[in-house]
Design a protein around this ligand. Structure first.
Ligand code: SF4
Length: 381
């Protein structure tokens, strides 16, 4: 059989070279599994693409790193900021989140490679690095993972570069039991780890931390990563004791069961917590980033909101922003949720210009009024 006649009975779905197909056609021992091919007899081998681990991603040149730097104000000034995605995937399955749907599993970058990324960006002029991992702390679940965290954070300090956590760090994984969901899990703070992640000495460390509190008091049931309220408060106090100057505290409202009582108690609980936190560090700039629930594709929450008939706007440009309420609850309209979002965003808010990477919207929400949202929603309709 010639090569060209072989081609006549194969319909290739080619993406660069597919050695398995050549081996098959030439009758050679297969080097790898057949993928992405349909034979004329209808037999199909679906394309399988194996996501690379972050550790295998190509390092940028200094020039590319320089061109990719952004500039944001943080407590260090208006500084060049680089980025590092040191981990993809997550061990959790929060019902609103798309990360568990990636199908990659959890994968992490070694400290050696992570520090190379930081070195290149430091050489390119970065003063601070946003680490945008989905779950940087999932490495604590692996042998030696806690030491990896210390190696990366200490390495950054030695380099003189600060680290920010715009995607958030799971507080439950900063406990002595590293957040494992056993009855007997030790939920006391791992102070050394917390200091390594959030500590700020005015020179290096963490200038801004995003804490995904999500449902800190009511509605926690869907989120295995969340702590009981008392333990949550204890962890938050440990975080504030590190001296981290700016905290963006993320909460999500508009869940199907949310009613006025729930939101009033949420407001009261967070207000009391913030009062205690500012007593520990009166200089801490505390911001509430109040998101509204959104039907992110492929998530159980998206299925649930549609099944319950609570989603009011199908436009992904609206709900995709995460700030604009688009769902009713069983007890409140999306307009009422919008008012609550504005109200909760104002809790003890400091007048900071330092924001999380999408915090400017949080700032806009906190200065909005109920009338603003009515006008916007009327225009939208
Ligand atoms: S919200 Fe965070 S912890 Fe939950 S599944 Fe998504 S990435 Fe994981």
């Amino acid at each position: 059989m010639t090569f060209t006649s072989c081609l006549s009975f194969l319909l290739f779905s080619l993406k660069s070279s597919n050695w398995a197909i050549f081996d098959y056609v030439l009758g050679n021992p297969p080097r790898e599994e057949l993928t992405g091919v349909v034979f004329s007899d209808g037999k199909q081998y679906a394309r399988k693409t194996k996501a690379k681990s972050p550790d295998e991603w190509a390092l940028p040149s200094v020039q590319v790193a320089r061109e990719c730097l952004g500039v944001l104000p943080n407590v260090q000034g208006l500084v060049p900021i680089g980025s590092l995605v040191a981990d993809i995937g997550c061990d959790r399955t929060c019902d609103f989140c798309m990360t568990p749907t990636y199908g990659t599993g959890y994968r992490r970058m070694t400290p050696k490679t992570a520090l190379k990324w930081l070195e290149i960006q430091k050489e390119a002029g970065a003063v601070s690095i946003n680490i945008g991992s989905d779950q940087f702390l999932a490495r604590t679940l692996f042998p030696g993972g806690r030491d990896e965290i210390l190696e990366i954070t200490n390495g950054a300090r030695e380099m003189g570069i600060s680290l920010m956590w715009p995607n958030g760090l799971e507080l439950r994984k900063t406990t002595l039991g590293a957040g494992r969901n056993y009855e007997s899990t030790d939920l006391r703070p791992d102070e050394e780890l917390i200091e390594a992640l959030f500590g700020w000495d005015g020179k290096v460390g963490c200038p801004l931390a995003y804490i995904p509190a999500e449902r800190p008091v009511f509605g926690r049931e869907a989120y295995k990563k969340l702590l009981p309220w008392q333990e949550h408060c204890t962890l938050m106090k440990s975080v504030v004791r590190t001296g981290v100057p700016v905290i963006a505290y993320g909460i999500i409202i508009g869940l199907p069961d949310d009613d006025v009582d729930d939101l009033l108690r949420l407001e009261e609980a967070i207000s009391e917590l913030v009062d205690e936190l500012v007593q520990i560090n009166p200089k801490v700039e505390f911001q509430i980033a109040c998101y509204s629930i959104a039907p992110l594709p492929g998530t159980p929450q998206s299925h649930n909101l549609r099944k319950l008939g609570l989603l009011q706007f199908e436009d992904s440009c609206v709900w995709g922003g995460l700030w604009t309420p688009t769902c009713n609850t069983h007890h409140l309209s999306y307009e009422q949720i919008s008012d609550w979002q504005i109200r909760l965003s104002k809790i003890r808010r400091s007048s900071s210009s330092f924001t999380n990477y999408n915090g400017e919207y949080s700032g806009l929400v906190s200065t909005a009024s109920s009338n603003d949202s009515k006008i916007a929603l009327a225009n939208f309709g």
